[in-house]
Design a protein around this ligand. Sequence first.
Ligand SMILES: Cc1cc2nc3c(=O)[nH]c(=O)nc-3n(C[C@H](O)[C@H](O)[C@H](O)COP(=O)(O)OP(=O)(O)OC[C@H]3O[C@@H](n4cnc5c(N)ncnc54)[C@H](O)[C@@H]3O)c2cc1C
Length: 472
Amino acid sequence: MPAGARRAIVLGMNTISTPSSLLADRLRASGFVGRLVEPSDPDYDRARMGWNGAIDRRPAAVAYASDSDDVAAAVRAARAAGLAFSIRAGGHSVSGRSVRDGALCIDLRALNAVAVDTGRGVVQVGGGALLSELDAATQKHGLAVPAGQISHTGVGGLTLGGGMGWLMRRHGLTIDSLHSADVVLADGQQVRASADEHPDLFWALRGGGGDFGVVTSFVFRTQSVGPSILAGVLVYPWELAGNAFRASRDLMDDAPDELTIFDVLLTAPPQEPFPPELQGRRVAVVGVAWCGDPAEGERVLAPLRADCPPVLDLVGPMPYVALQSMLDETAPHGWRFYDRSHYLPEISDGFIEALLDGFESVPAPQAHVLTGWLGGAVDRAAPGETAFGHRGARAFTWIIGSSGDEPLGPVTDWVRRLWEETAPFATGGVYVNALNSERSVRDAYADEIWERLVAVKRRYDPDGTFEGNGIR
Ligand SMILES: Cc1cc2nc3c(=O)[nH]c(=O)nc-3n(C[C@H](O)[C@H](O)[C@H](O)COP(=O)(O)OP(=O)(O)OC[C@H]3O[C@@H](n4cnc5c(N)ncnc54)[C@H](O)[C@@H]3O)c2cc1C
């Protein structure tokens, strides 16, 4: 569609602003019709903030793209102006890589349409959609795409790094369901990447971290899931945290792929369903999702309940969309976060002891640690089949430091210390979606995957235009 016609539609939607800076002129000249929010705009402060309240950056402007042509126009304009840019979808990058000081932030949130094609068994998802939007649309048909655990995370960033969540041991990582992607390249060209078209780019998009182009639309294969699923949490007082961890490990030693478990260490919030005697105290929570016949799931979970009876048992049939937002309250927008993570070759007694010891000194009630078991369908794709770096790891631990909306203060040091104390039990690798400025993207990949990523980068983005994670 010509820029004039698109501009008329967007004006009709009342989304355009009329700044007249040099940058605005350049964007308009290249055909950009979306809204541009510059520092003089009253909405600038709202527009520049992502999910992590600890990241306080001042981009040159935020360009709200209205479609893929707008994305291409913004990329071209920024390059012509010699201006760095960043891409933002859900805004959930903990390190805040989607907003950079002095750069143009190209925001994709308006590209959030989700269209399910039940005949082909696929769903087309805009590059700026949130997991909640994906889940709502697919669940209308009893379908799902395996994704992450907080419903306001962006499909874009999550997918490009891999995508771990409640369905992964049964249906794989999010990238394992990716069929194709429409991509705006560094020169503004729009291409489709799939097994047949630009297969090297398609490979890199599946776990390479996203520095290869802007994905304006994903197509995923869908799975039959829900609408009800056996899931929920088992809650243990702190004295039983070690037992609960070991009992879940024993269960996961030969658990069916239908079962995914995340053990969470946290401070119980002062509210139901936590009983008054646990509120404000450290607790262990075993989060469970069973993706199969519920009666069989109950049988599989019986040894865990018998070996280590919880003080509160909230595992039962629940709507899949409720499971997908069950942890949302642990990560609201605007809270300040600092995190680190490990992949683990096994969950040893030594690791459990070190983790529990370290959690004793947690300095803020919002900080928590998640440990999820991998394996199952995650390992069905061979190492190297996609760019995701860590097939074969037994588990993943994410130390999530937060101080609510207060300054992080001692929380950052606590995360670093706990990470160091547990490092001897880890593989040394890092999840590309959990990188922070202290870890190099190089640590996210084995040598042969890294070399392929660099080759794809040189082919599709030889000038290093997309530099969020630093692959070059
Ligand atoms: C509270 C919370 C919970 C999380 N839970 C999980 C989880 O359960 N499982 C899991 O695997 N990960 C999880 N993550 C990590 C998450 O996958 C990454 O932070 C991811 O980058 C978030 O994507 P986003 O689109 O919301 O972020 P953004 O900050 O918008 O994007 C991050 C970067 O990804 C790239 N990107 C995003 N979209 C596109 C696109 N369409 N095209 C090109 N590049 C793009 C860009 O480089 C961008 O700068 C979680 C993170 C948080 C903060």
